[in-house]
Design a protein around this ligand. Structure first.
Ligand code: MCA
Ligand code: AMP
Length: 470
């Protein structure tokens, strides 16, 4: 299985395969060889399945399930452990998952559950079929869409990042990001297993856990801007990362003030990289290049970008002209599962993926992300949340007559989800609790504002910009 080359021993990276702390997830440890033997032991149970789901909480079992699926050549569908019944029901049906790997408390799910703690295999089991992930991501409206990510795209992304960051087997990778998204799972776990470096997942991305991992020799740290903002708010903790070789931020814009504080407190200038679930990581600053605050660098090897103006022409690369960023190349996934319509809508006639992000490109080729073209995509704590999905959940709450969901600038989360609700006697905690329970906890509004009417234009469309500025 070429994707996890260091794990399966395709490449000799010089790692100690018996190091009992080779991989740590929330204090559970395994060596590379133990992980490989246990995941191999699962292959026979799942081979031939159309897809397998994994309840992707921050646990070693998640990694075992994902690696087993990749070894078996069965599409793996990581699902947020706290996804509510309607969200996971949609994902399980849409992906045609035939079983769930590992324990879960999804009472309504009647698929067979495979215990991941069975006996290890005595030899590597891999059937040679290409592995793939199906990762669900929110759009402006409707339920999340499954993005098909073949092993070739995953490998191209990880190799491009290794080149940009000089990511090597003697690194010790540290992060505490969720394992149901690209950042935590692909970069944070599969990246380590491809390079063959030590990996510590801290369970949650709490500042004190990053500090503890730094004390145990962490050299390469990943986080979303909210994590870095919380770390610089505790200068002693931030200073404890000063031995790091690299500190990487992504998934949302890193505020310039956080970039500066992180640099001052750690002595390490952060690397910023940009990507999407659909395209994996496409842009990054380089460890041997300039790292300018607010800039996400250059295309990874095998990736090309261009900027589209509103009039359809290509925008100038002059650092100031804003256009919609389009990408193509080796890291781009295979489109949305069962949604040829959505795949077509996101692809230009000549085959480029339309990111929906507004950007500038400088004469030296460096990129700056300046916003999104749609107000209905919210980035909160690095999570992408579609306003339409939250609105549909809020509308189910008794008493809600109308609702509009908006992302309001927030110093900690980047944006916080606010629901503007029309309806008498609607209880804020009830709305928040309903969304947290039926979708995922991170999709809950942080605030509910009751209004008499929603501002609409002459065509009846809700004026979200007006709500955001109110
Ligand atoms: C609060 N909690 C609740 C409720 N309210 N539980 C149930 N019902 C409620 N109403 C609990 C939560 O379960 C959690 O408990 C605790 O309160 C805190 O809530 P949470 O919202 O999770 O925490 P936060 O502090 O606001 O989270 C900040 C965060 C998080 C840790 C930075 O946003 C995060 O992990 N972000 C990472 C997102 C990410 O990786 N995105 C990558 C996608 P407990 O603490 O016990 O769990 S983007 C991507 O992949 C692309 C390719 C890219 O570019 O990277
Ligand atoms: P997701 O669909 O969760 O993978 O989120 C992808 C989106 O995250 C992109 O379309 C961007 O809007 C945003 N994003 C990711 N990395 C960055 C970054 N470094 N700076 C600004 N926005 C980012």
């Amino acid at each position: 299985m070429a994707l996890l080359s260091a794990l399966v021993g395709d490449t000799d990276t010089g790692i100690d395969r018996d190091d009992p702390a080779g991989i740590t997830v929330d204090d559970v440890m395994m060596s590379y060889d133990e992980l490989l033997a246990h995941a191999s032991g699962l292959v026979g149970h799942i081979q031939g399945a159309r897809a397998v789901a994994v309840c992707a909480d921050a646990h070693m079992d998640t990694l075992l399930g994902v690696v087993a699926g990749l070894l078996a050549g069965v599409p793996v569908v990581p699902i947020a452990h706290d996804a509510g019944p309607s969200e996971r029901g949609h994902i399980l049906r849409d992906s045609a998952a035939e079983m769930v790997l590992g324990a879960h408390d999804w009472d309504e799910v009647d698929l067979p559950t495979i215990d991941v703690h069975g006996p290890p295999a005595s030899s590597v089991q891999a059937n040679g079929a290409p592995g793939r992930l199906i990762m669900y991501t929110s759009g402006t409206t409707g339920a999340p869409k499954g993005v098909v990510l073949p092993d070739t795209a995953l490998a191209a992304c990880l190799d491009g990042l290794a080149d940009a960051w000089q990511w090597a087997p003697d690194d010790h990778l540290v992060h505490g990001l969720p394992l149901f998204h690209v950042h935590g799972l692909v970069l944070g776990m599969l990246g380590g297993l491809r390079r063959g470096c030590r990996i510590t997942h801290t369970g949650r991305p709490h500042p004190d856990r990053y500090a503890a991992a730094a004390a145990r020799g962490g050299s390469l740290f990943f986080g979303v801007p909210t994590v870095w903002g919380r770390i610089v708010a505790e200068p002693t903790i931030a200073r404890s990362l000063s031995g790091a070789r690299a500190i990487v931020s992504g998934s949302a814009a890193l505020p310039v003030s956080t970039f500066a504080a992180l640099t001052d407190l750690t002595g390490v200038t952060p690397l910023e990289r940009y990507g999407m679930t659909e395209t994996l990581i496409t842009l990054s600053t380089r460890i041997d290049g300039e790292r300018r605050p607010g800039h996400v660098g250059w295309p990874l090897a095998g990736v090309e970008t261009r900027l589209r103006s509103d009039d359809g022409t290509e925008a100038a690369h002059d650092s100031t002209t804003i256009g919609t960023l389009e990408v193509r190349g080796a890291t781009v996934g295979d489109g949305y599962l069962n949604r040829d319509d959505a795949t077509a809508a996101a692809t230009t006639a000549d085959g480029w993926f339309i990111t929906g992000d507004s950007a500038t490109i400088g004469p030296d080729g460096t990129h700056r992300i300046v916003g999104r073209t749609s107000v209905d995509i919210i980035k909160t704590g690095g999570y992408k949340v579609g306003a339409g999905e939250v609105e549909a959940a809020v509308a189910e709450v008794p008493g809600v007559e109308e609702v509009a969901v908006v992302g309001i600038p927030d110093a900690d989360l980047g944006e916080r989800i606010v629901a503007f609700v029309v309806g008498d006697g609607v209880d804020e905690a009830g709305v928040i609790g309903h969304v947290a329970a039926s979708l995922s906890v991170h999709k809950r509004p942080r605030e509910v504002r009751r209004v008499d009417t929603l501002p609409r234009n002459a065509l009846g469309k809700v004026q979200k910009a007006q709500l955001r500025d109110s």
